[in-house]
Design a protein around this ligand. Structure first.
Ligand code: IMP
Ligand code: MG
Length: 178
């Protein structure tokens, strides 16, 4: 992975910024005054960082925590086995929670996170997804706020990876793997 591959762009940094601003507005309208963001790592780190800054600019000040889940390994197909690699420190019992994640594909990762946070007593749960791939859902789950609905491509950049590479790209691009 030393040679630089050229990655075709799906959404530029500017398009992502504009959409994130829009999402922050949608979230501000619906979420209560106080809530906790549970950002699902590692894929959503960049999106979360930008989203909370957009929220700040419109006067929304959530608590922020992180949970590292994994289901993929180094493959481009979801395994369906989701595990917690690192947990949140926050007690979500009785709190309003906004899950922030990178991409909704089969929905297994999100479904796992929702069930886990429900089990811990979250008062309400809403979901903000940067991306969704329509038609790929394997479980009954949905996001309340969605950045972009994308074509069926394997996307990388802006936090999303292929085998832990490409996360640093400031845009969203895709790999021609299938
Ligand atoms: P799901 O559990 O099948 O919904 O997959 C969600 C997780 O799979 C995401 O949080 C990503 O980490 C990963 N994923 C799914 N599609 C892509 C993709 O196109 N590029 C990079 N990661 C992906
Ligand atoms: Mg990933």
């Amino acid at each position: 992975m030393n040679e630089k591959r050229s990655i075709p762009i799906l959404y530029t940094a500017q398009e992502i910024k504009e959409r994130t601003e829009g999402l922050a507005g949608e979230i501000a309208k619906v979420m209560p005054q106080e809530f906790v963001i549970v950002s699902l790592l590692r894929g959503s780190f960049m999106f979360t960082a930008d989203l909370v800054r957009e929220l700040y600019h419109i006067g929304v000040h959530p608590m922020i925590d992180f949970m590292t889940l994994s289901s993929y390994g180094a493959s481009t197909e979801s395994s369906g086995n989701v595990v917690i690699n690192r947990d949140i420190a926050e007690d979500v019992n009785g709190k309003d929670v906004l899950i922030v994640d990178d991409i909704l594909e089969t929905g297994r990762t999100l479904s796992f996170a929702i069930e886990e946070l429900k089990r811990r007593g979250a008062a309400t749960l809403k979901v903000a997804m940067l991306l969704e791939k329509p038609g790929k859902l394997a479980v009954d789950v949905k996001a309340d706020f969605v950045g972009f609905s994308i074509p069926d491509k394997f996307v990388v950049g802006y936090g999303l990876d292929y085998a832990n590479h490409y996360r640093e790209l400031p845009f969203i691009g895709y790999l021609d793997v299938h």
